[in-house]
Design a protein around this ligand. Structure first.
Ligand code: AMP
Ligand code: ZN
Length: 112
């Protein structure tokens, strides 16, 4: 499958990893929108939030267990934002489920 994030999971494309376990990978966004900008992805290919279902939601729960640990390791003690763009209206550019962790500054008060 021609998926950028599957290639990162497989090590075919390099990334700056900040966390990894058997199910999840987190790495720094190549075009950071905040001082800390990390992407957290399932290692299995799920196209977007729209692809979450009863068969694969355990990995999503696991991602949300990892996020506070990653945020703490990054020193985001004053808060952070978690975002997942789903589909064209949300400008999803990589069709492999990912959650952005954004922090390290006062973020915009608007989301859209
Ligand atoms: P989205 O627009 O929500 O699909 O987010 C995709 C994100 O992937 C963007 O913030 C990109 O900057 C980021 N990105 C694209 N290619 C890479 C890469 N090779 N390594 C790290 N982040 C990437
Ligand atoms: Zn993929």
């Amino acid at each position: 499958m021609d998926c950028l994030f599957c290639k990162i999971v497989n090590g075919d494309i390099p990334s700056t990893k900040v966390y990894e376990d058997e199910k999840v990978l987190a790495f720094r966004d190549i075009n950071p929108q905040a001082p800390t900008h990390i992407l957290v992805i399932p290692k299995e290919h799920i196209p977007s939030v729209d692809g979450i279902n009863a068969d694969n939601s355990a990995v999503v729960a696991h991602i949300f267990e990892c996020i506070p640990k990653i945020a703490a390791a990054e020193g985001l003690t004053n808060g952070y934002r978690v975002v997942s763009n789903c589909g064209d209206d949300a400008c999803q550019s990589v069709k492999h489920l990912h959650f952005h962790i954004l922090g390290g500054k006062q973020l915009a008060d608007t989301m859209a």
